[in-house]
Design a protein. Structure first.
Lengths: 346, 346, 346
């Protein structure tokens, strides 16, 4: 659907420069945008491309605006403005209410009139599917699970029995909510006795869960994910973990059981978080780190180890293996020098 | 179902203190347990909460027992005792035998009378499903695969053709048993030629496989997982790996092809294990480590790198990048001191 | 099917030694091969087993050939030769064209006559399924997605709407192609605003994607995976990543958004690649490393940290935590020595 630049300016809280009546239909990348597109400059690195853009309009900072002769929306934060415009120009497809004939919906389940249960999905006994919910193709909702209004389970997502998903959540393809936690005690003969995992997973509102991410149900209490938490793909959340509101985790993060993570934390990709620790609010952890102990927020923590040319790496690593010895040698050297100096002074 | 404390004492090999006739229905967390619940103190950290617990009964160590005025089961290992009690009070739901009409079961497959094949499941040609087995919603059992007695495939789990699952195994939602191994040879022109992956995956008895975990089939021989092995979520097991009885691996571990891992090993989360190495029995590897070479057991191995405040980390890391140079400088200093000292002695 | 050794010699570009008329039916491991099997020696480590092999024929290097009294194919690269032979003796099972009655195929989708859509699969509106394609049990092909000739989606694989898969690709069980990228901007009040993910995933020809691997769709442009790329299991590829032809990545690798990776790269298991960086052609990264910045190829990069006995590790790690201080102390020592020496010289 076409929008006038003037109307998008309102959406984006930006100022029109040029013709506010010009219409655009879609967003596009800076270098590929045409007359019916609106684009933006994502980074100063791409600044040189602004002048040559064929876009019908650009979203630009006041500093960049001079570089573009065409129509523009000028504002301090083009990325945010562009996100808002993209939502208006490309609203998520509304899935019409349906119960696909191939879906298996238990007679005791409650499915709201406006919900869509798509092909091959399964909704088990006493599950509750709220208004506007979409249960994607092949997705599974376990017994007594509750899916809040306007939430969406993508293809083959699974929400296991008794778990709760809040409103406006997105559970990406293949994600598993409520698998059994990894809880065992070791018998005297070495065999593992499973500890029954009797808790649930409770997701707040506006939670996004990435593709093939797994969140285990609690052992006794619940695993709790706060409102507005965003989890990327292939993340593992152990049983009884608590994640505070607005925290975001990038791909391949692992959080071990019973960790308590604060609000508005930013956990970069590949990071591991130890079990049973407490992470304060507004904590940031850099990529591929290992948060082993509790930390207070706000703060930024790291054990990232950036790769180097393999030979240089091997040389330094070889020294690292003898670092304790090296430190002892330094200590001896210091002692010897002290003796030399004291000898000279006498 | 209600149990008398006296009967649970037998289950837990514990001693009743107080009223053995009191009945409880369920386990609960220490702080939320009521009169019909039994709870325990998981860690000395929670000791202060014992006195105020409203639980009908607690499982306690002799040392902690004095802190609680109510009924108690006293034993040296409350965690183990509590696990046994939880199994009795919360037995896994028995799924009644069924072949759900939406399931697709090949005419040549063998499904035991007591097995349950749930909604949207697929059982391919000549597969064998043992007594008491549950094939969960949307799960797939490939051609000629064998699922042993009382094993459970959870929602959307996949066991590929010709693979074998032992008895009493649990394959969690989304897990993939028997995908093709990552085996290629490089042609002279740089293209990859796939090496046909002709082996199977063979799981022993009592193996648990976590959600979205993947175990690749062998290239020529089999990938073999021993009895009682417990694998957490999002683990990758490469082709031809062997894992010994009773070994446990936490989430996000990766084991590269042809590694041979011993019995009763404990591999903590996020760890990588190199291909073609041998790991002895009773080896422990700490979280987020990289086991690159063969090791004998028993032993504990680590390359965990705990995160520090980002600035301190950066300073130390900057030095690490010059560690080889630093070691050389130390050596020169030591030489110089030797010369100084030998000069003085003359 | 049986082949004469003489014919397999042609396939493998090898020289027959012994009886070229002998027939074999199958490949087998060196130690388990019988009279109707052909085997090879995968590594010098197994050389001692050659002499005792019961195989009908072996593929051997000229150096190893003397150790075996039986029939042999002699060539410089037995692994490559063996892979070619395995392809001939064990061709992939041809799945006969079918549209399984339980599959849900939208009336507007195009499914080629020679394609097979297996049990419980879903093909959504306007999707295009090419000749010879196999859509495995429970797999999902989204609206307008295109699956190229002779490609195979294994059990429960998902290709989301509008994505493109080239020819002869294999999408392993549980893999998700085209989930939404992890793109958000933070509102002033701390909440995350999703950036609509409007791009696609475009896979070239001959791409293999491992089990439960996830490849996110682009935000504006596309995520692009070049011809012949091989991805192992549990890999995460972020939005707008580009991967050059022939690059291979082992299990558990994570590539953050907008990274551009060159041709013929080898990325070992567990490695993380930072977003928005550029990796040249023919770059190799060792296992469990973190490639944080752009690098030019060819070259080999590493931040692998091999595990050591835990106590030795702890000692060195303790020193690492004070490495900056240690370096400063060394500097002071050097200064002091300089003063001592200059004092002596006066």
């Amino acid at each position: 659907m076409a929008y006038r630049l003037r109307d998008l300016a309102d959406v984006a809280q930006a100022v029109v420069r040029g013709d506010g009546e010009v219409e655009v239909d879609a967003v596009a990348p800076l270098t590929r945008a045409g007359a019916r597109h609106i684009a933006y400059c994502a980074s100063p690195r791409y600044r040189a491309q602004i002048g040559a853009s064929q876009a019908g309009a650009l979203v630009l900072t006041p500093e960049d605006a001079d570089a573009f002769p065409g129509n523009a929306l000028v504002c301090p934060d083009p990325r945010m403005a562009f996100a808002r415009i993209a939502h208006v120009l490309h609203p998520p497809e509304r899935v019409p209410p349906t119960r696909h004939p191939s879906a298996v919906i238990d007679a005791s389940a409650t499915v709201a009139a406006s919900a869509a249960v798509l092909a091959q999905a399964v909704v088990e006994a006493e599950a509750i599917i709220g208004e506007g919910v979409v249960i994607g193709p092949g997705a599974v909702v376990g017994a007594r699970a509750v899916i809040g209004e306007d939430s969406r389970l993508e293809a083959r997502a699974v929400v296991m029995h008794d778990c709760q998903v809040g409103r406006r959540c997105v559970i990406s393809p293949g994600a598993v909510i409520g698998g059994e936690g990894f809880g065992y005690v070791r018998e005297r003969d070495g065999r593992w006795l499973k500890v029954p995992q009797l808790g649930r997973v409770v997701l707040g509102d506006d939670v996004d869960v990435g593709a093939n991410t797994t969140i285990d149900r609690g052992a006794l209490g619940d695993t709790v994910v706060g409102d507005g938490v965003k989890l990327d793909n292939l993340i593992q959340i152990g049983h009884n973990v608590k994640i505070g509101e607005g925290t975001a985790m990038a791909g391949c993060v692992g959080v071990a059981g019973s960790a308590v993570i604060g609000k508005r934390c930013l956990i970069a990709g590949g990071t591991g978080i130890m079990g049973h620790i407490t992470v304060g609010d507004d904590v940031e952890v850099t990529a591929m780190s290992f948060l082993k102990g509790s930390v207070e927020g706000p703060g930024r923590f790291s054990s990232s180890l950036p790769a180097a040319p393999a030979e240089a790496w091997a040389r330094n690593l070889g020294r690292f293996r003898h670092l304790d010895e090296l430190a002892r040698r330094l200590h001896r050297v210091e002692q010897t020098i002290k003796q030399i100096l004291s000898g000279r002074n006498h």
